[in-house]
Design a protein around this ligand. Structure first.
Ligand code: GLU
Length: 200
């Protein structure tokens, strides 16, 4: 689908762009992403933002080697406020926070409620900013990472495109920063669409 035909998109921003210097939130990368969001809205493209980075944003408030789960959740709780404040300052329209777990997207009633809230926010011109609810998340409830969460939100919001902004330059078979054998995937296509893609 051509960009000019997009009606609604989801943009996911990774932790490395939110707090790149390990010292709280920085607008270094966020400024140009915010400008892109403003341009999209000027062209009547609705935007839902999925923002990681609460743990990264809050970690500077918990000095030393504290890496247990409870402390990470505390980092997320503190960093989420700082992250929302940083995003909010970059826009002259209001933002709104949505925190979710996998359980919320798996349950039909809650899923519908998430959709209704998203659509209502978009209808009134607010920018929904979604993150996983790290305080109540457990291994069982975890979506995985926010790349997965953003894909689920793109589906829930009936989005035409999902744009993932990160410090990795493409889609890989594994994390290229860890696995030297990771290969870049140039085209990812749902199974049923592969033939269509090759024909087209
Ligand atoms: N919810 C986590 C945070 O805000 C991010 C998880 C992820 O990016 O995978 O720090």
């Amino acid at each position: 689908m051509q960009i000019s035909k997009w009606k609604r998109i989801v943009i996911k921003v990774g932790s490395a762009l939110i707090a790149p210097h390990g010292n709280g939130c920085s607008s270094h990368y966020l400024l140009s992403i915010a400008q892109f969001i403003v341009r999209c809205r000027e062209q009547n493209i609705e935007v839902v933002l999925v923002s990681s980075g609460s743990i990264a944003a809050g970690s500077h408030l918990f000095p030393g080697e504290v890496k247990n789960i409870a402390t990470k959740k505390a980092m997320a709780a503190a960093g989420q406020t700082e992250m929302m404040a940083t995003w909010d300052k970059l826009f002259d329209f209001p933002t709104a926070q949505i925190l979710l777990t996998h359980a919320d997207l798996k349950d039909r009633e809650r899923y519908t409620s998430v959709r209704e809230t998203l659509f209502s926010l978009l209808e009134y011109g607010l920018l929904p900013i979604v993150n996983e609810n790290d305080t109540i998340v457990t291994d069982k409830l975890k979506v995985g990472d926010n790349d997965n969460l953003s894909a689920m939100i793109a589906t829930a919001a009936d989005a035409d495109a999902l744009i993932i902004c990160s410090d990795i330059d493409g889609l890989y078979t594994a994390n290229p920063q860890v696995d030297k054998k990771a290969k870049e995937i140039h085209v990812a296509c749902p199974e049923g669409l592969i033939d269509l893609y090759l024909e087209g």
